[in-house]
Design a protein around this ligand. Sequence first.
Ligand code: ADP
Ligand code: ZN
Length: 680
Amino acid sequence: MQDAASLLSSVFGFNRFRPGQEEIIKAIVRGQNTLAIMPTGGGKSLCFQLPALCREGVTLVVSPLIALMRDQVRALQEAGVEAGALTSHNTDEENDAVFNALAEKRLKLLYMAPERLAAGGTLPLLRRANVTLLAVDEAHCVSQWGHDFRPDYLRIGDLRRVLNVPLAAFTATADSQTRAEIIARLFGENQPEVFLHGFDRPNIHLAFEAKDGPRKQILNFAASRRDRAGIIYCATRAKTESLARALVADGHSACHYHGGMDAANRRAVESRFQREDGLIVVATVAFGMGVDKPDIRWVAHADLPKSIEAYYQEIGRAGRDGAPAETLTLYGAEDIRLRRTQIDEGLAPPERRNADHGRLNSLLGLAEALKCRRQTLLAYFGESSEPCGNCDLCDSPPELFDATTAVQMALSAILRTKEFFGVGHLIDILIGNPTDKIKARGHDALPTFGVGQEYNRRQWQGIFRQMMGADLVRPDPDRYGALRMTDRARPILRGEKNITLRLDLVRKPTPQRPAVKALVSDENAPLLSALKAKRRALAEAASLPAYMVFNDRTLIEMAEKRPRTPDQMIEITGVGARKLESYGAAFLKIITGQETENPHPSRRKLTGSDAANIFDRLQEVQSELVRGADGLGKPMSCSASLLARVATARPDMQTISALLGQRRAERFASAFLDVLSQDR
Ligand code: ADP
Ligand code: ZN
C-alpha cells in the first residue's frame, strides 16, 4: 500500500492537496464513514479516487450521470489507473473488459449508475468482487425534497449494510436539512465523520453590472474573451437562441441549449462543449448537472439568477481547474420584477414564498453590494473573510452617498399616489415632468411634484433599482407592477435610519471595466498558444477531450516555468508519471524547440525522485573516468541499470565493491562515494 502523498504526485501529478482534501482522504483510508461537503470544483473526486488506490480491493463509486462517469473513467485510465464503469451505454467489449479486470483482481475503481444497483445479479457480482469501500458522489440525490432526487439512491443504505464496508459520501449541497437526510438515509446507525469545507473559490473573479444595453454588454464581454470556453445563462429559451445567433454573427463559435430541445440535441451540445476548446454555450439553467468541464474560463448571466444559491452554483462551474476564471452578472429592475412575480404567482405555500423572497433579497443585496462581493457572498454561507482583491468592487471601490433624503422623496411619491404607480410615473412626479397622465390625475399639484430635480431620470432609475434591491419597495403583481412600500422602509421614512447607496451607478452610467485578465504574461503568451495547439492535436488524435491531455492550469504552469527536462516537467501540477510518458516529450519539444532524447528506462523510472539527480551526477563522473583518472586506461563503464541501483541503494565504503564488482570498484568507487556523500 502506497501512501497518499506519493500517489498524489506520481499518479495525479499534483504537488499538494487542496484545502480539506488531506483530512478527508486520511479518514477514508482509515476506513471511517465520512460525509464530505465541498464546493463544486473543490476536488471531490480525488477524495475517493486516491483512497481507492491506497486500499486493498475495489472501490465502488455510485454516481448519477453516465456521461460524467465515463469521462472520469477515461481520465483515470489516462493516468494509468485501472478503472471501469458498468452503465447502460457500455458496449459488450467494454463490459467484458470490466468483468475481466474484476476477475483478475486488477480493478481499483468500479463506477455504477444507481439504476444498476437494482438490477438482478448486481449484488452477487459485487460480493464476488471484493468491494472494500463504497463512494457516493452527489449524495444529495438521496433527498426526496431536492431537485435531483433519484429514487435508486435509496438502495445505497441497504447495499452498505449488505457489503458491510465503509461509506464515503460527497455533495456540494450545504444546507443542514439535506445533510441530515443524507446521514439518515445512507449511514443509518453508523454516524459518519462530517467534513464541511469552505465555500470560497478564490480563482473566480466576481462582477455585477446594472443592465444598460444588455445585449451589447454581453457581446462585449464575450468579445474580449474570444476562444475561451464560456457559458451564458439566460432567463428564457427564446433569448438563448437569439443571443447564440448574435454571437455566431460576431464570429464566435457558439450554440444554444434549453429544456425544450430533444434529448439527442441536448446531448450533442454537452459533448461538443466537453470536447471543443473555446465554445460558448448560451443556455437556460437546464444546462448544468451534465457539465463537468474543468476548463470553463467564464460564466455570464444575461439575466439575474433565481436565488443566491443558484448564482453560486452557476458561477461555480467556471474555473474548476483552479486557473483564473471570470464571471459577469447583469441585473435590472425588470429582473427584480420578474423574479418577485414568479415567486408570488408560484404554487408554493406562503411561508415558502417568504423564504424565496428572502433568498432573492440576499442575491439583490449581493448585486447592490457596497463592499467586496466575495465577503458578502461568503457571509451568506456563514463564512467571514477579508476583502478578496478579485472582484469588481475590490478592483474599483464604488463611490457611495447618503441617499436618505432621496429615498424619502421616492417613498413619499409612492405613498401620496396610494401605491398605484410604477417607476416611470413616479420619476415623472419627482423630476416635475408634466405629462398628460400627471395632469389628468392632478399629480402636478402634489407637494412631491418636482422635488427631486437634483437627479435626472437615469439617476432616479438607479435609486429605485437599489431600493428594490434593498427590498424597501416591491412591485405588486395585482396592481400591474405598481410599487408598494415594505415594512423595511418605515424607519427610513420616519428618519430613524439612514441609507447609503452607490453613486457610481447613479452618476456614471458606464463604469470603466478593468482590462481582461490575461492567463499568462505577454512574454509567455505565444508559448501558451503553441502548447494549446499541441494539446488540441494530441487530443484529436486520441479522440479525447482536450483537458484530459492536460488542463489549462497545467499548460499555464508549463508556459510560465518552462521545464526543460523530464525531471522539471514532472514537477508541473497535473503531470504524473503516466502522462509524462504519454505526452512529456511532445510538450518538452515545444518548450525547448528541440527533441528530447528518450532516457534509458532505468533512468526514466527515477524521474522526479532525488535519485534522479544522483543518477545524472554518477553518469557525469563516470564519463570523466571512462579511461581512468589518468586518461590512459582501458575504456570501462557501468550500465544504466547499475547506475540506477547505485543511485537508489546508496552504498557506503563497505558495500560499494560488492555492488560494482572488483574491477569497476577500483575505477569508480571513490568518485561515486563522493557524489553520494555530497547528497547526504
Ligand atoms: P468537484 O469537487 O466539483 O467534483 P473535481 O473532483 O472535478 O471537483 O475537481 C476539480 C478539478 O480540480 C479537476 O480538474 C481536478 O483534476 C482538480 N484537482 C483536484 N484536486 C487537486 C489538487 N490537489 N491539486 C490540483 N488540482 C486538483
Ligand atoms: Zn472583493
